[in-house]
Write a new protein. Structure first.
Length: 235
């Protein structure tokens, strides 16, 4: 290519790029962009609503149990071999655990605004495509009063009977964008009678039984949940 041809090509490319830049920043385009942003009351809502899936297969999914109760039940189920079927799911490369060893201790300015930011950063350290967030909630009821589970709560029940309700919750979140692929929840219940002597010990035993059953029920739904994610997002 001679100098004249090269100069012509350069000028043509410059004109093309300048034209593209002008088009991107035309008043109509700017107005459309501003109108789209005005549809959301906060930039965080806009970011969450417009998040896109980036998962590829086979995937690495980081498991992030939230709270000591969820972590305890997850480790107990793993020790019993209850997670083996999950580790063998098709299109899954691995299931690393998000622990304090990989979570950053640096305070992020947006951490209070974006609840899953620290978990997604930890998942990124594990090179995971998505993070499976797990938690368990436990409450007690006598059919009329429904409260967080404590021995003091049981003293409020007029008929001396109680039912412990544990609920396992799950959300699969894209590591890169925060896109939510789906959520699940499953509950289990245990009933008993309020007794002054030994209430603490009996309550703890019932609570752990309910939590274990809720977590087992939740994880038993993961294979079909995962199959749905793969069929929906495989490119």
């Amino acid at each position: 290519m001679n100098l004249k041809s090269a100069l012509t090509l350069t000028l043509t490319a410059t004109a093309f790029l300048t034209g593209c830049s002008s088009y991107v920043n035309t008043p109509n385009v700017k107005a459309a962009r501003a109108k789209k942003q005005e549809a959301f009351s906060h930039t965080l809502i806009s970011r969450a609503y417009n998040a896109k899936p980036t998962i590829t297969f086979p995937s690495t999914i980081a498991i992030a149990p939230q709270g000591s109760e969820a972590l305890t039940q997850l480790r107990a189920l793993d020790a019993l071999g209850k997670l083996d079927s999950l580790k063998r799911l098709p299109d899954l490369r691995g299931l690393p655990l998000v622990s304090g060893l990989v979570e950053s201790d640096i305070e992020h300015p947006d951490a209070a605004k974006v609840a899953d930011l620290r978990l997604r950063e930890a998942a990124a350290r594990l090179h995971a495509d998505a993070v499976l967030i797990l938690s368990v909630e436990t409450n007690a009821t006598d059919g009329q009063i429904f409260s967080p589970l404590t021995v003091a709560t049981l003293g409020l029940f007029p008929n001396n009977r109680y039912e412990i309700i544990a609920t396992g919750l799950l959300a699969l979140v894209d590591t890169r964008t925060g896109y939510v692929y789906g959520t699940l929840e499953k509950s289990a219940a245990k009933s008993g009678i309020v007794m002054v002597a030994g209430s603490d010990e009996s309550l703890e035993r019932r609570k752990h039984q309910a939590q274990r059953e809720a977590m087992e029920k939740l994880l038993s739904e993961v294979p079909s949940f995962w199959q749905s994610v793969v069929s929906t997002h495989r490119k």
